[in-house]
Design a protein around this ligand. Structure first.
Ligand SMILES: [Fe+2]
Length: 239
């Protein structure tokens, strides 16, 4: 299983505030049996440039690796990426490729929390159809109160969908989450973990809920599908 969405790199966004927190988070993933964790710090085009962001992200990762030393090999595999907040004009933005999950054309895209418009949906569609980048919509469960017709239109785009572990853990949410997972709407799961406190690594408990409902075989199949997609969107120059 891949945790596709997290904020464990130290001191780069509102996620982990120290190397020791980051290491404890990595331990939590290890104990929850996760094989790969994607580090996806927030990227806001209004506050950052891709160059500055990548420099800060890569430096934070180097510091973490240095401190982890030999422990690093016991942790899940780590892939660097970003959680890119949608903005008007994003489909024409120079540097979107660099913000994709490293070695792939997969872009974790955070939609706005303000009411969506059809222009926004169209623009995500343009990214998917004409930039060679495959958007992965972050934490889909947070947009359930968007205008129904736009939400449906959004799900019909040729994009991938990620949901947070919360979708399977919050009372009143679980049934909907399981239904979307079973239908194949959701491909990637994420803890969206920020720390070891109120936003912890909680993908393990979510997998327990999913497996009680859909069986262990479903989790194995979902994991295989996730790795297939990583393969499918791996860029030629990665290896
Ligand atoms: Fe996030």
């Amino acid at each position: 299983m891949i945790d596709f969405h997290s904020h464990f790199l130290p001191g780069i966004d509102d996620g982990s505030d120290s190397i020791s927190t980051s290491l404890a988070m990595l331990d939590a993933w290890k104990f929850q049996g996760i094989e790969m964790v994607c580090a996806t710090p927030h990227f806001y085009a209004t506050h950052n440039t891709p160059e500055r962001f990548l420099y800060k992200r890569n430096t934070a990762f180097e510091l973490l690796k240095e401190e982890a030393g030999e422990r690093l090999s016991s942790f899940p595999a780590i892939r660097l990426g970003a959680e890119v907040r949608f903005f008007d004009g994003i489909s024409r933005f120079d540097g979107l490729n660099e913000l994709c999950l490293e070695g792939t054309d997969l872009l974790l895209l955070e939609m706005p929390f303000r009411p969506w418009t059809s222009r926004m949906i169209d623009e995500v569609g343009i990214i998917a159809s004409s930039t060679g980048i495959m958007p992965v919509a972050a934490h889909i469960e947070r947009y359930m109160d968007q205008p129904r017709h736009l939400f449906k239109e959004f799900l019909k785009l040729n994009i991938l969908i990620q949901s947070n572990a919360e979708f399977f853990l919050e009372p009143g949410f679980t049934r909907k989450g399981i239904k979307m997972l079973k239908k194949g709407t959701i491909t990637f799961l994420g803890s969206d973990a920020h720390n070891n406190g109120h936003r912890p690594v909680n993908i393990g408990p979510a997998l327990d809920v999913i497996s009680r409902s859909l069986g262990d075989g479903f989790i194995t199949e979902l994991t295989e599908r996730q790795y297939d997609i990583l393969d499918q969107f791996t860029t030629d120059d990665f290896f």
